[in-house]
Design a binder for this molecule. Structure first.
Ligand code: SAH
Ligand code: SF4
Length: 372
């Protein structure tokens, strides 16, 4: 029978290999996988991690994803939208704290007013930052034209999780209507790539009905899509959501955590030069969760810079980490934690995905050759 170390020495992982690695139950084998992924990270990216400041712009959302605490039909949520002035104050704080980029995330809103507001906000952020901030957007499904407008205004990266790459499972965790259509999600992701963004996607791990084979397919999907960035984290149930009634089907929370680490580790081995986020959801399960994510191959941290008074209203899931802190407290503790695991925050770098830079260089060279 094949062993974990034989699989880890292969050039390319097959679906069977991935399933084998995801199904590991012994601590020694789990640790060997994590160690291998970390050595891949070290040799491609060094011991450096990138920081981006997360601003949760608004919890207003028109959608009803069955897993999410801020879904439109959850009437217990008090809805907010952060003003431009507050966003710019946070940006200045991020600049002072040596950040080079910011992530604007929000519940999904699509209308002309929202599109214009984001365009203007991007321009304002660029104006007050030097060197100009890298701006990542995580604002859900939008039209091709909107993605293009925001890109032209100066945003460089977009995160849109596919949530589950399998259509059947996708349909089980979303309402059955046009607003939650798998094919639209996929088309949006392709449009984001076409516009020219550094493109990030990912899945939730440990969902009800999800199998190990689903997760192996998810990893193969990320590779096939040739993505530049990944954000994957454990699914954490929220009482006020329809998916909560299936909580008895869930893996114990620590198993979901370890499975998430293995997903990160395998993806790092499969795609050595992409950016992988160590998510807040990991931190919400285990106090050193985000650092464990970095040790499993992730290289990006997105500390929450949302003003404290809004944080408890942006609960995608329960027991979210750091909701009772202000941004400066978070940063102090984060820098120390990263040092504790022998890593450094790469303050001076723009934090672009190396995969994206290389991909662009290759296509530029190809075009130059064709024209000469
Ligand atoms: N509205 C945007 C961005 C905000 S939601 C969008 O949907 O893309 C950001 C991510 O939070 C989602 O992609 C989803 O993967 C994650 N999320 C939502 N509910 C969650 C839960 N209960 N557990 C873990 N992650 C969750
Ligand atoms: Fe809205 Fe995003 Fe939550 Fe879906 S996951 S309900 S789109 S905030």
């Amino acid at each position: 029978m094949i062993t974990v170390s034989e699989i880890l020495n292969k050039q390319e992982l097959s679906k069977e290999d991935i399933i084998y690695l995801l199904s590991i139950t012994s601590k020694e084998e789990h640790d060997a996988l994590i160690k291998k992924a970390y050595s891949v990270k070290e040799s491609y990216l060094g011991k450096n991690d990138y920081l981006r400041g997360l601003i949760e712009l608004s919890n207003q959302c028109k959608k009803n994803c069955l897993y999410c605490g801020i879904r439109a039909e959850n009437s217990k949520v008090s809805r907010y939208s952060i003003s431009d002035e507050e966003v710019l104050q946070v940006t200045e704080f991020a600049l002072k704290n040596k950040f080079t980029g910011i992530v604007l995330q929000s519940g999904e809103q699509s209308n002309a007013h929202f599109t214009k507001r984001i365009t203007e906000l991007i321009i304002k952020i660029k104006k007050i930052t030097y060197p100009e901030f890298r701006i990542t957007l995580s604002l859900g499904e939008q039209s091709f034209e909107t993605y293009k407008e925001w890109f032209d205004a100066g945003a460089q990266r977009y995160l849109l999780r596919i949530e589950s790459s399998g259509e059947e499972l996708y349909n089980k965790i979303h309402p059955d209507n046009e607003l939650h259509d798998y094919k639209t999600r996929l088309q949006c992701l392709e449009n984001i790539q076409k516009v020219g963004y550094q493109t990030g996607t990912g899945v939730m791990i440990g969902l009800p009905f999800q199998t190990i084979e689903n997760l192996a397919d998810d990893l193969l999907f990320l590779k096939k899509m040739n993505i530049d960035m990944a954000g994957m984290g454990p699914y954490i149930e929220h009482t006020d959501t329809p998916l909560y009634k299936h909580k008895d089907l869930l893996l114990p929370i620590l198993e979901r955590f370890n499975l998430s680490l293995r997903m990160i580790a395998i993806l790092r081995i499969m795609m050595p030069d992409i950016n992988i986020v160590s998510t807040t959801a990991l931190q919400s399960i285990v106090p050193m969760g985000r650092e464990r994510g970095l040790k499993a191959g992730a290289n990006v941290l997105m500390p929450n810079l949302t003003p404290g008074k809004y944080r408890s209203s942006y609960l995608l899931y329960e027991n979210k980490a750091c909701i009772d802190e202000e941004a400066d407290e978070c940063l102090d503790c984060l820098a120390n934690r990263v040092k504790m695991i022998g890593e450094e925050i790469a303050y001076s770098e723009d934090g672009d995905s190396k995969h994206f830079t290389l991909r662009n260089r290759i296509s530029l060279e190809f075009n130059e050759k064709r024209l000469s």
